[in-house]
Design a protein around this ligand. Structure first.
Ligand SMILES: [Cu+2]
Length: 241
């Protein structure tokens, strides 16, 4: 299934959601939280985990219009933060003054919008980051690059696809799982199970309940989430616990 590793979306060098005013050295970005089902709906414009990279020339003004489309009814927010390791569980310190939406931690509800503007006066790599508890660590982030070499704003996207989704669950273990909220857990599982059908045939709620049991034991906390799911699947298949 090599095709899965290839980008499925066309290159978005100049997407409709980006408006450039070269005279005013201003770029307007329309960023939609939860635009589709990617990454269990925890995405910006359908991209998560750094799949989208927006490049802006140094010194330009960046205007961001954010909307939470609200699929899966999760709240979302947006801040531009430094690419810190580990990522914050929630909140986040804006890398530029006022480069964040209101209610960063509780998030904006479905259909709500907010805007902000800042001057990209620092060179480097930054993150579009959702500050709602657990979302950033679940992959709700993309890249903003401020570059002195760039002459125009542009966008690069890559699709991690199914292989990427699996790799992302690899990155989770019981510790990370426990930090997620109830709805985040379900959203994450739904996205993954969608891709793994029919191998993992049961409902997200079934796997979620089993995972809570599974990670109840300290000695299992280091086991990656995807492996835990397949173990649980075998247990269900055998009718055992
Ligand atoms: Cu979010």
């Amino acid at each position: 299934m090599l095709a899965c590793a290839l980008p499925v979306h066309a290159d978005e060098t100049a997407p409709a959601w980006m408006k450039v005013d070269a005279d005013k050295r201003t770029v307007r970005l329309q960023l939609v939280g939860s635009a589709d089902g990617t990454n269990g709906t925890m995405n910006f414009n359908g991209y998560a985990q750094g799949e989208m990279q927006v490049i802006v020339p140094f010194g330009w003004t960046v205007h961001v219009d954010f909307e939470n489309k609200g699929l899966a009814a999760l709240p979302h927010s947006l801040a531009i933060i430094d690419p810190v390791t580990p990522l914050p569980i929630e909140d986040g310190v804006p890398a530029f003054p006022r480069a964040l939406t209101v209610r960063l931690v509780p998030g904006l509800l479905a259909g709500e919008t907010d805007s902000f503007e800042f001057v990209a006066n620092k060179e480097g790599r930054f993150l579009f980051f959702c500050g709602v508890t657990g979302h950033g660590v679940a992959g709700m982030w993309d890249y903003l690059v401020v570059s002195k070499e760039a002459t125009r704003p542009s966008v690069q996207v890559t699709r991690k696809g199914a292989a990427g989704e699996t790799k992302r669950l690899f990155a989770y273990d019981g510790h990370a799982w426990r930090r997620l909220g109830e709805r985040e857990k379900l959203a994450l599982l739904s996205g993954f199970l969608e891709e793994q059908r029919p191998t993992l045939p049961f409902a997200p709620s079934v796997y979620k309940a089993r995972l809570e049991d599974f990670y109840h034991y300290q000695d299992r906390l280091e086991i990656p989430l995807d492996r835990a799911l397949f173990l649980i699947n075998e247990q269900i298949g055998q009718g055992g616990r």
